[in-house]
Design a binder for this molecule. Structure first.
Ligand code: ATP
Ligand code: MG
Length: 401
C-alpha cells in the first residue's frame, strides 16, 4: 500500500479548522451581504379576502359587505375588484368584529383572559431534520395571524428559525436567549433580547452559536462554582419568561436536535410539547431512543426538584407522503400505538414548503403565484389543519370550549 506520511506531518488540526471556519464564515458573509443587505427588514405580503375569511372564521361575503358599508379597515382593491388586506388590517378587522359583531359568545380576538395562563409549547426531537423548525415557524406565524400575541424562541445554536425570520445570526449581532440564561453577572433580562418580526403579533428571541455555552456551563454551575442558583438550571427559561408573561398568549420554542440542557430547560418551562416525527423506520427508531432517554433524564431531574407539568403533548407526523406505502404503514403503526397522543392531522411533504425555505420564507409569506395552484393549496390546507388543531389544544388548555 502506498502510504503518504508527508501529508500528515505538518497537520495542526486546531489551527487549521479555526482558519477554515473563519474562511467559510467570511465568504458566506460576503455572499449573504450581496443577497440580503443588512437591516433589510423583511416585509409581509397582503392577504386575499379568501385568506382573511379563513383566518377569521367568517364568510368572504361578510368581509365584502363590511367593506361595501365602509366599516372596518380599507383594503387594497385590485383592478379586477379583488380585495386584499395587510396582516395589521386583519387584526383591525378582528377588533372591529368584536366591538360591533352580533355574536356574544364568539371572540374574534382570541387573546388570554383572566385566569388563563401563558402557554409555552416546545417543539422537540433529537433527530435532525424531523421538521422542528418548519413546524415551530409556521405554528408561531399561524397563531399570530389568528390574533394571538406570540413569542417565538429560537433555542437552536444553528439559528434556523432566526434566519427564517430574516435575522442573520452572524451579521446582525443579535443577542440570544443565552444572555438571559447565563450563570454570571452579565445575565440580561429577556426584554432586551426580544425583536419584532415582519408578522404583527409575533416577536422572536433570536439564536446564535453562543447558546452552546449553556451546554458547557450548566454542568460546571451545577458542580458548585455558581451556587446556589446554578443547581436550578431547569427553571431558567420559565424565570426568564415570567418577565414578559403579560405581553404574550403563547410562546413557541424551537429546540435544538440534541437532548442537552437547552432542550431540558425548555421542557421544564413548557405547558405543552410537540414531538415531530418523520414516518420512516430509522426516524421512528431514533425517536424511540429519544423517548427512552428523555424519560430517564426527566425522572432524575424530578428527583432534583424539577417539574414538567404539561397540559398536553402530541406527536406530529411531518413531511408525510401518504402515497408512499411504507410511510403510510408507519403512520398507521404510530396511530395504533399512540392513539390519542397523535395529532389527527399530518403535515404533508410539499415542494411549496421546501422551496419557500430556500428563499428563507414560510408558506404564509410566499406569493401563491410562485407555485402551481394545487401544490400550494394542498400544502396550505394540511398546514392550517395541523395548526388549527394545535390552536384548539391551546384554547382547551385555557378551559375554553
Ligand atoms: N412539510 C414539508 N415538506 C417539504 N419539506 C419540508 C417539510 N418540512 C420540512 N421540510 C424541509 O426539511 C428540512 C428539515 O426541516 P427542519 O429544518 O424544519 O427540520 P429540523 O428538525 O428543525 O432540523 P434540525 O434538527 O437540523 O434543527 C428543511 O429543508 C425543510 O425545508
Ligand atoms: Mg431546526
Amino acid at each position: 500500500m502506498n502510504m503518504a506520511p508527508a501529508l500528515i506531518e505538518d497537520l495542526d488540526f486546531d489551527r487549521e479548522i479555526l482558519e477554515q471556519g473563519e474562511l467559510i464564515s467570511d465568504k458566506l458573509n460576503m455572499l449573504r451581504l450581496e443577497q440580503y443587505p443588512p437591516n433589510a427588514l423583511k416585509r409581509l405580503r397582503q392577504f386575499s379576502s379568501a385568506e382573511v375569511a379563513d383566518f377569521l372564521g367568517v364568510t368572504q361575503n361578510h368581509i365584502k359587505k363590511l367593506h361595501l358599508e365602509g366599516k372596518g379597515p380599507e383594503p387594497q382593491v385590485s383592478g379586477s375588484g379583488r380585495r386584499s388586506y395587510t396582516a395589521e388590517q386583519m387584526m383591525e378587522l378582528r377588533q372591529y368584529l368584536d366591538k360591533h359583531g352580533r355574536s356574544d359568545f364568539k371572540k374574534y380576538v382570541p387573546q388570554r383572559r383572566r385566569g388563563e395562563d401563558l402557554q409555552v409549547i416546545s417543539v422537540v426531537n433529537f433527530k435532525g431534520g424531523s421538521g422542528k423548525t418548519t413546524t415551530a415557524a409556521h405554528l408561531a406565524q399561524y397563531l399570530a395571524l389568528t390574533g394571538h400575541r406570540v413569542l417565538a424562541v429560537d433555542l437552536d445554536p444553528q439559528a434556523s428559525l432566526t434566519a427564517l425570520h430574516g435575522i442573520q445570526p452572524e451579521l446582525d449581532r443579535n443577542l440570544s436567549l443565552y444572555e438571559a440564561l447565563r450563570y454570571d453577572d452579565e445575565r440580561k433580562s429577556i426584554k432586551e433580547l426580544i425583536r419584532p418580526t415582519n408578522f404583527p403579533g409575533l416577536d422572536i428571541v433570536p439564536a446564535n452559536l453562543e447558546l452552546q455555552e449553556y451546554e458547557y456551563e450548566t454542568p460546571l454551575a451545577a458542580s458548585g462554582r455558581h451556587q446556589p442558583e446554578g443547581k436550578l438550571f431547569f427553571t431558567r427559561i420559565s424565570q426568564a419568561l415570567k418577565e414578559v408573561d403579560d405581553r404574550y398568549d403563547v410562546v413557541v420554542i424551537d429546540c435544538p436536535p440534541q437532548l442537552g440542557y437547552l432542550t431540558l430547560t425548555s421542557l421544564s418551562a413548557s405547558t405543552a410539547v410537540v414531538i415531530t416525527v418523520h414516518p420512516q423506520m430509522l426516524d421512528v427508531m431514533s425517536m424511540s431512543q429519544f423517548l427512552l432517554m428523555l424519560g430517564g433524564i426527566l425522572e432524575s431531574i424530578k428527583a432534583a426538584g424539577a417539574s414538567v407539568k404539561l397540559k398536553w403533548f402530541r406527536y406530529l407526523v411531518t413531511r408525510y407522503e401518504p402515497t408512499d406505502q411504507p410511510q403510510a404503514q408507519m403512520v398507521g403503526f404510530l396511530q395504533a400505538l399512540f392513539n390519542k397522543r397523535m395529532l389527527t392531522h399530518q403535515m404533508l411533504k410539499s415542494t411549496a414548503i421546501s422551496d419557500a425555505g430556500i428563499t428563507k420564507q414560510t408558506l404564509y409569506e410566499v406569493e401563491k403565484s410562485q407555485f402551481t395552484r394545487s401544490t400550494y393549496e394542498r400544502a396550505l390546507e394540511s398546514l392550517n389543519a395541523v395548526n388549527g388543531e394545535i390552536a384548539s389544544l391551546i384554547h382547551s388548555a385555557w378551559g375554553r370550549k
